[in-house]
Design a binder for this molecule. Structure first.
Ligand code: ADP
Length: 608
């Protein structure tokens, strides 16, 4: 129904359009033919007026008259009158009695005219519009006659074949354009309708859109649908823009977080390689790159087998993948081509995404060389400690048994035995004190008994403690004391322990007849105890490790000496508690120098 209405409306629209078009066309044609008629009239009358009057006399005018008659037919001339100077009619070409129908006023005006004259009139009793053109004939600058021609105003017929054809073509094109536009619009709206899909299914949309589209499809509902679609579109766009903004900011945060995580992974003191489910390397941290001595861009996206040429690790990962070993298992291995001395603990764990789906594996390399060495050192220490404890205990036990059994009768020998038992007990006491100190330090419960300590007194006490053993090896101890020895603040007994350990080491690790130089000085508010020996010296690579617990050099001459490897570890902790420092310089075979620096701090005493 609506479509028919639309069709009728379209037809009316086209008809009105065509009528207006025809009207305009007729007006235009009328204007053009009138203009042509006026031009023709003026031109024709001027042409005739060029002839002298005598050419129109009875004996000479045949040719001209013939020409005039031809022109009359061609130009729709209604009449042509030529008068002489007295108004006498020389030539009269006209149908019937037309001259009598020309108003006298028009005739008089034309005959009196001295130039081209155009007049318009309606013959009596006729609706015909006639245009008279008059022009005088001159001969030797004298008016000898007048030419007058009358032309009918051209009639433009409404029914013209050309116009009808043109109008029909126009109507056809308008109709075609309207139909194409209509179906084009319907087609253009279809994808929008489809795109909006479920949106248009909502109650409010279906009321406004779908109801109209299915039942009352026409221009108005179509426009309504178009409007609604655009609104839904705008709504969608706004939502997308908001989501876009949110996503952009979330992406920024994620990028920042990712960078942070990568920074953490890169600064971690452990090798990390992340592989995908195809065993291609997705991430590799700086530590691993340094270990493998490779550039990141050469390894990313490469198969793991290519990146890490290590049979043992690959078979470990394969076993893990095949569940041939517990998941928490690890592999202890070395990279013999890269860092043969270092031991690594390799572990491999599954990497899952948020939905617990396997996305790859993470392989870690932990350098456990130090741990292993420490474990070895602990083992060695336990053995050493047992030995250190057993030796004096065995001596004490056997000597006391012999004394109790009355096997030693001689007084002198008995005294010697008692002295030995006493000495060994003292050694045991020292060892146990070291162990206690160490455990106190490790538990953080060693409290310093701070007091004013006269450095020269401390200095002398330390020498006295080691003098005996030095004498036995014929080692001379050279003293170097300032004129005004400084006073410092600290735990005298603990500091004494530190210095005796270092001086005792100097005696222990210096061969017979060697020299020890012990100096006391002051610099930058620090009291400096300098102990230099001419002993075996310490290898460069060992210097950083001599303060480690239980560490003892593997040098045979040093191993032969009794020791626990605890002395310097305790010493460095105690010096640190005093906010001081120990520095070592040594050369194998030439000797060693220890510098113990303790801040004086005397001005702060009592304020702390
Ligand atoms: P200990 O002397 O009981 O072994 P220390 O902790 O006192 O333990 O010393 C640790 C190690 O440092 C020693 O075993 C030794 O190898 C080395 N060392 C310390 N002092 C000297 C020194 N004066 N000369 C050579 N080596 C030394």
């Amino acid at each position: 129904m609506k479509i028919r209405m639309f069709g009728i409306a379209l037809l009316v629209f086209i008809l009105v359009g065509v009528a207006i078009f025809m009207q305009t066309l007729i007006r235009q044609e009328q204007k053009t033919s009138l203009r042509d008629m006026l031009n023709n009239g003026s031109r024709l009358v001027s042409l005739i007026a060029l002839h002298p009057v005598r050419d129109f006399e009875a004996r000479r005018r045949d040719f001209i008259i013939k020409t005039l008659i031809e022109s009359a037919f061609r130009h729709d001339i209604l009449y042509c009158f030529i008068n002489d100077r007295n108004g006498k009619l020389l030539v009269a070409l006209s149908p019937g009695q037309i001259e009598a129908e020309i108003p006298t006023q028009i005739q008089t005006n034309s005959l009196a005219a001295m130039g081209l004259l155009h007049q318009q009139f309606k013959p009596v009793g006729s609706e015909l519009n006639i245009h008279e053109f008059a022009k005088p004939i001159f001969e030797n600058a004298e008016k000898t006659g007048t030419v007058r021609i009358g032309l009918k105003e051209p009639f433009v017929s409404i029914i013209s074949m050309e116009r009808i054809t043109l109008t029909a073509i126009l109507a056809f094109f308008i109709l075609s354009a309207a139909i194409i536009a209509y179906y084009g619009l319907v087609k253009a709206l279809k994808p929008i309708e489809r795109f909006l899909g479920d949106k248009l299914d909502t109650p409010e949309c279906s009321a406004a859109v779908m109801g109209n589209t299915s039942k009352n499809f026409g221009i108005e509902p179509m426009m309504e649908m178009f409007k609604t679609s655009i609104e839904v579109f705008q709504d969608r766009q706004e939502k997308i823009e908001t989501q876009n903004r949110e996503l952009t900011s979330r992406l920024g945060v994620l990028r920042f977080e990712k960078k942070k995580i990568l920074n953490v992974l890169n600064s971690i003191n452990m090798g990390i390689i992340i592989i995908d489910t195809q065993d291609n390397v997705g991430y590799i941290n700086d530590y691993t790159l340094k270990l493998l001595n490779k550039a990141r861009q050469d390894l990313i996206d490469r198969p793991l087998a290519e990146v890490l040429q290590h049979e043992e690790i690959h078979s470990f990962i394969t076993r893990q993948q095949n569940f041939e070993q517990p998941s928490g298992n690890y592999l202890e291995t070395t990279f013999s081509d890269l860092v043969p001395e270092e031991t690594y603990r390799v572990s491999c764990s599954d990497l899952m995404d948020g939905d617990k789906a396997l996305i790859g594996k993470i392989i870690t390399f932990d350098n456990i060389t130090r741990e292993k060495e420490n474990a070895r050192a602990v083992q060695a220490f336990t053995a050493q400690l047992s030995h250190e404890l057993m030796t004096p205990l065995t001596t004490i036990k056997s000597y006391s048994e012999m004394l109790m059994d009355g096997e030693v009768k001689d007084n002198e020998t008995q005294k010697e035995f008692y002295n030995t038992i006493n000495g060994e007990t003292a050694r045991l006491t020292l060892l146990i004190r070291d162990l206690l100190n160490l455990s106190k330090i490790e538990m953080g419960s060693l409290l310093l008994n701070q007091e004013r300590v006269k450095s020269d007194g401390l200095f002398e006490d330390c020498i006295t403690a080691v003098e005996g053993s030095a004498r036995k090896k014929n080692i001379s101890i050279q003293r170097d004391l300032p004129d005004n020895p400084p006073t410092l603040v600290g735990d005298k007994e603990q500091l004494k322990g530190v210095l005796i350990n270092i001086l005792g080491n100097a005696v222990k690790y210096t061969p017979e007849n060697g020299k020890i130089h012990f100096a006391l000085s002051e610099e930058d508010n620090m009291v400096i105890f300098d102990i230099r020996d001419t002993g075996y010296g310490i290898a460069k690579e060992d210097i950083s490790r001599i303060f480690d617990k239980f560490y003892r050099s593997s040098n045979q001459q040093i191993v032969e000496q009794q020791g626990t490897g605890l002395g310097l570890a305790i010493a460095s902790e105690i010096v640190s508690l005093h906010e001081g420092e120990i520095k070592v310089q040594s050369e194998i075979g030439r000797g060693t120098e220890f510098k113990v620096k303790i801040p004086k701090k005397e001005f702060y005493l009592g304020k702390e």
